[in-house]
Design a protein. Structure first.
Length: 166
């Protein structure tokens, strides 16, 4: 393998690493929280990014890179939709916690803490737990950063109130 080929692989790995949260987040929402489907989508997106890596300018800004990655994620999702695959629903936090947790007590605690959150607040909580910033959450949910900050604060307040009741 030549040095040029090694650099190309290293650059691609770095690109995917920089945008891992975005790719994971978009695939998670499209998969409706189903791990097997999320894994398939991430593989397809990564393959698509590799296939079209030469189209991304070497001097692209981080914002341009993000939009390029987002475009290819949407392209993969649209292609899957055209193939006639069924749409999936976003899994509520409670169900996802029950499936993901080996300990029932952990899932029950999450259920009780997140008992009176709205659907949007549940979505924000999931992204907060995945270490997304308010700015990234705003981009993923297509809402303003002020709205994200407000929802973030509401989630924390409601969970504190629920914790005091437990």
């Amino acid at each position: 393998m030549t040095q040029k080929d090694r650099n190309r692989y290293d650059d691609f790995d770095a690109l995917v690493a920089r945008h891992r949260k975005l790719i994971r987040g978009l695939c998670w929402w499209k998969a409706g929280g189903q791990a097997w489907l999320m894994s398939e989508l991430m593989q397809e997106v990564t393959t698509q990014l590799w296939r079209y890596r030469h189209k991304l300018r070497p001097d692209a800004t981080p914002g341009e890179e993000r939009e390029w990655v987002r475009f290819h994620c949407r392209s993969v999702f649209a292609h899957r939709g055209r193939k006639g695959e069924r749409e999936v629903e976003v899994v509520p936090l409670e169900e996802a916690a029950l499936v993901a947790s080996d300990e029932g007590s952990h899932a029950e605690l999450i259920d009780r803490l997140a008992a009176n959150l709205t659907h949007q607040e549940h979505r924000v909580l999931e992204l907060i737990l995945d270490d997304y910033t308010d700015g990234e959450i705003a981009l993923l949910l297509h809402i303003g950063e002020n709205e994200t900050g407000r929802l973030h604060a509401q989630v924390i307040d409601k969970m504190k109130r629920n914790a005091n009741r437990i």
